[in-house]
Design a protein around this ligand. Structure first.
Ligand code: CP
Length: 313
């Protein structure tokens, strides 16, 4: 019988393939509809307190966690850092210790600094879920992406994927590379040399600087948002040039497999890394990813709640 090893979900790097499968299988059963009825516990988070702490903007992740928690009967508190005592100079550590003193069960945290969620997880007894830390990891995004790929292709092993664009600043890319490689997919990355981190091939990916060569035989193209807010230097000559050489548009798609699937974690920069016709076209599964995010996050909440009660799945 399986359960998650850690009280927290901080990265895909630390999960085993078996733990990833446990999350994906649980999410699949939830999506099929009978999971909680069969378990005779339709509201397994009843009485549990979840705090959503987002130190960066979010539409999808924050709302998805909120809906997932509510569907399971949990109480969700959205912590607004702009009206909190952080604006009076309170340190992150003090904020966390004070929130912990109120005894929440789960904290969902997004923060602009890589590694901060690990620091917090060591300080609090609540389960901590990383909702994106700097350019490090965004594990729940990768899990919903893996879930969606498996739903479409029936498996992940052997699937060929190209991840395109701003790899350097992308926590989504890093989490997906860990997850896809652990589950047996073949991963290419492509982007301008200035947006590809050194030694990334050590993670088992093939590196391309020509996007057409990277995407010609793949099953999935995963576009990444060009993170303009994280570009401290001039890493690309212009948005127009980035779009011309690395943007996914219909002309480029004509040179790929007919049934290639287009993914994007959102928010999209229309006309930069992807154009509107592709984002809304027949190959796009971008909104399916968003829908699947809710069941995947329900599965994570459920499995962490079991882990806290020392119950095995
Ligand atoms: N994919 C993603 O993390 O989107 P948000 O920034 O809207 O949460």
């Amino acid at each position: 019988m399986m359960r998650l090893k850690s009280k927290n979900l901080l990265s895909i790097e630390e999960l085993t393939p078996e733990e990833i499968l446990l999350i994906l299988d649980t999410a699949k059963s939830i999506k099929e509809g009978s999971f909680f009825i069969e378990k005779k516990e339709p509201y397994p988070l009843k009485g549990k307190i979840i705090i959503n702490l987002f130190y960066e903007p979010s539409t999808r992740t924050r709302t998805s966690f909120e809906i997932a928690g509510k569907r399971l009967g949990g109480e969700i508190i959205n912590f607004d850092f702009s009206t909190s005592s952080i604006s009076k100079g309170e340190t992150l550590k003090d904020t966390m210790l004070n929130l912990q003193a109120m005894n929440p069960d789960i904290m969902v945290i997004r923060h602009p600094v890589s590694g901060v969620v690990n620091f917090i997880a060591e300080k609090v007894s609540a389960s901590v879920i990383n909702a994106g830390d700097g350019a490090h990891e965004h594990p729940t995004q990768a899990l919903l992406d893996l879930f969606t790929i498996r739903e479409i292709f029936g498996n992940i092993k052997g699937i060929k994927i190209a991840i395109i664009g701003d790899i350097s600043h992308s926590r989504v890319a890093r989490s997906n590379i860990w997850g896809l490689k652990k589950m047996g997919a073949s991963v290419k990355i492509a982007g301008p040399p200035t947006l590809i981190p050194p030694q990334i091939e050590k993670l088992g990916v093939e590196v391309f600087y020509n996007v057409d060569a990277a995407i010609e035989d793949v099953d999935v193209i995963m576009c990444l948002r060009l993170q303009r807010e994280r570009q401290s230097q001039n890493l690309i000559p212009s948005l127009r040039e980035f779009s011309r050489f690395f943007g996914i548009n219909q002309e480029r798609l004509k040179k790929t497999k007919d049934k290639v699937v287009i993914m994007h974690p959102g928010p999209i920069n229309r006309g930069v890394e992807i154009n509107s016709e592709v984002a809304e076209g027949k190959n796009s599964i971008i909104l399916k990813q968003v829908s699947n995010g809710v069941v995947v996050r329900m599965a994570i909440f459920y499995l962490l709640a079991l882990r806290r009660q020392n119950v095995t799945y």
